[in-house]
Structures are given as C-alpha cells and as structure tokens.
Design a protein around this ligand. Sequence first.
Ligand SMILES: Cc1cc2nc3c(=O)[nH]c(=O)nc-3n(C[C@H](O)[C@H](O)[C@H](O)COP(=O)(O)OP(=O)(O)OC[C@H]3O[C@@H](n4cnc5c(N)ncnc54)[C@H](O)[C@@H]3O)c2cc1C
Length: 395
Amino acid sequence: MPHSTPSVHDLHTGAANSPTTALVVGASMAGLSTAAQLTDIGYKVTVVERAPHLRLVGSPIDVRGEALTVADKMGILDTIRQHKVASDERPVFTTFVDFKGQAVAELPVEMANDSVDDIEISREALINVLHSRIGTATDFVYGDWPVSVTEDGAGVAVAFASGRNDRYQIVVGADGIHSSIRKLVFGPESIFRKHLGVYYAIVDLPTGTKNIVNESRTYNCPGGMVGINDYGDRAFGVFAFRAPERDYDYRNTAAQKGLLIEAFDNEQGWHVPFLLDAVSDAEDIYFDSVSQVHMPRWSHGRFVLVGDAAHAASLFSGRGTSLAMMGAAILAEALTESGHEPSAAFERYETRLRPAVQKAQEGVSEARDFMVPETQAGIDQRNLRFPLKSASHLV
Ligand SMILES: Cc1cc2nc3c(=O)[nH]c(=O)nc-3n(C[C@H](O)[C@H](O)[C@H](O)COP(=O)(O)OP(=O)(O)OC[C@H]3O[C@@H](n4cnc5c(N)ncnc54)[C@H](O)[C@@H]3O)c2cc1C
C-alpha cells in the first residue's frame, strides 16, 4: 500500500516532502505494472504512451508462475480469474485443420501451459485491470514520447515530442521490443533485438465469426500459420509466417497489412481468404517480428528497462506478460530494499529477474517449429506427433 518516507525522498531531491518522481515510458503490461508498483511505494509516477489511448488489440495472453503471486499481492488475482477466457476443462490448446477444415491433429493444453493454475486472459481485460489498479495519483500522457534524455547528478531531463520538457529522478523504459529508451540510452535496436525468422499478426474478427470455429483452430501451409481463436464474446484471426527481417516502418499499419497480405496472397485453404479480408477492413492490427531482446545490462545510471524492452522472450515463450509483471514487482522491491538508490536497486532487480528471463528465452525454437513448420513434410511430422484424440469436426 502507498507510503512515503521523507528520508527516501531526501536521498534524491535533497528536499523533504517532495515525492520521488518516475517517468514510465509505455502503457502496456510492463508500464502499467510498474506504474502500479512504484505508486504503491510512494513515487510520483508519470506514464507516457505514444499511442493516443491504451492499445487493447491482441490475442489472449497467459498470467502464470510467479506472476500469479504478484497479481495476488497487488490484489487483482480474483479479478484476473474472473476474466479467464478458456474453460478449465479444455483438453486441447488448438486443433490443427487441413485445407478443407478437417481436423487432423491437436495440441494438448499441457504443451502450452506450465500448470493448471495458469490464467489465459484477453489482452484487453488485463490492460484494463492493471490500469484500474493504478488509481488517480498517477498521471497519464497519451500521444507523446521522449525524444531526448539527459542525466545529471540529481535526475534526468526529458524532452518530449510535443515540445514539453520535464525532470524525473528515474526513467523506466517499458516501451516494448522497439524501445525508444533502449535506443536513446543503450544503442541501436540492431545490437539487442534478434529476429526469430517469423512475423506474427492479430486481427479482431467481426461479430458472428465465432460460429465458424469452436475455441481454437489452426491451419498451416509451408512456412505459414493461420488461426481463429474464439473466446465466446470475441474472436481473433492469428497469422504467422516465416520470413527474414524485413525493412518496413513498424508503426505504419498500411505497410504491416501489405506484408501480411503479400505473405498469404496465393493461399486459398480453409478460411484464409476470409481472414485476409478482415485484415484489409481492420482499423488496427497487431503486427510485429517475433523477436527476442538480449542485453548485457538492463540499466544505466537512472535509466532502467522492464518487460520486452529489456528481455523480450517472444510470443513462443508464452511468458512475456508474466515476466513484465514480475519485473515490475521485483523493481519496486529492489528500490525499497536499496533505500531508493537507483544503481544499487537496478542491480538487485537484474540479478533477481535474470534466471526467469533466461528460462523463458530458452526453447522457443521448438514451439516455433511445431506451430509454423517450414515445409509440408514438417507439417505432416508435427501432425503425427500430436494426433487427434478428442476432436473430429469439419469447420
Ligand atoms: C497492441 C499490442 C498488441 C499485442 N498483441 C500481442 C499478441 O497478440 N500476442 C502476444 O504474444 N504479444 C502481443 N503483444 C506483446 C505483449 O504485450 C508483450 O510481449 C508483453 O506483454 C510484454 O509487454 P510490454 O509492456 O513489455 O511491451 P508491449 O506490450 O509491446 O508494450 C509497449 C508499449 O509501449 C508503447 N510505446 C512504444 N514506443 C513508445 C515510445 N517511444 N514512447 C511511449 N510509449 C511507447 C507501445 O505503444 C505499447 O503500449 C502486443 C503488444 C501490443 C503493444
């Protein structure tokens, strides 16, 4: 619960009664979790988000392992559970279908989950739960982003794209795999981000789509994966395709749609043409390289990175959101334990979180290879490995 200690603030400001200020860059899983945790320990937090509003698009994500304990301590575990999307009885994570929609194989749920306690929740619901948890003490600025950061002895001077200037005692980069704070403080993205050879996209589907599948169906063509996930009240189209790193403006939705449509242009199987139409019609889609971020350090002076900005494990790990929530909690704990001295706190944070990150980053190529096989022979082998046990429908 929120508290503040004058000596904590004196450490940074030399002035009792003035709160320790933090700028959190990015308002997604890592940024919202960090804003909640830092506000709880008495920081005056400003969150700046480049998008004009919270970005809610995306497929359901998993809250698992230690993140469940974090959610419990934050007092949001029950609310998260209430938003659970998949039924506990669901034995199958996804059913693989062929060109005509005939079920041919199925991925058992235990291949995708760590334990029965894992919670699959829509991205939108978790963003809203975290945002509501933060309360009114935190300032949110949308449609703006830092363009320069200058650290001096007492803090960091930040200039924003809007022309606004401000100062903070610490700056937290929670701005995802293309982090601008990482670029400004640590160096170009190309040093740290490793493309895993796959692009991934999500599109919201129109109401009524849920009638064409039951929960999750996945179709593969060589080097490509297309799926529909139906969670009752919402349905999503999911795409992945193998491709080397492409040069495009990753913030340009039209460019993203162009790459996606080009990748599946000649594919007529299953519901692919219908899903490509949904992509063309959508206002917003999520599209990005499936990447990992590897950095020797996640902090420098008064700057620290959390979530994908520091250590993206990729969607094939299924742990990005949980790591972001854990990282935010560990960061707040480390700040408290280190008397709010940034460099000591950031070192503790890194030491504690690294083992979980390493574990999450290992082994993702296996998941990539069975979800997006490169060849027809690869698809056939995968189907033999995960034979149909419970499902057998034409969809
Ligand atoms: C819209 C969206 C949809 C997603 N959908 C999926 C999905 O379907 N499946 C999946 O596995 N993962 C998805 N992800 C990624 C997933 O959220 C993360 O891997 C994980 O939750 C870790 O979150 P994060 O907060 O570290 O990074 P992210 O979730 O990527 O959040 C980064 C945030 O920072 C903001 N931002 C970026 N640059 C700046 C800047 N310069 N200044 C201020 N703000 C900035 C972004 O708009 C975003 O809100 C999605 C991410 C986003 C942003």
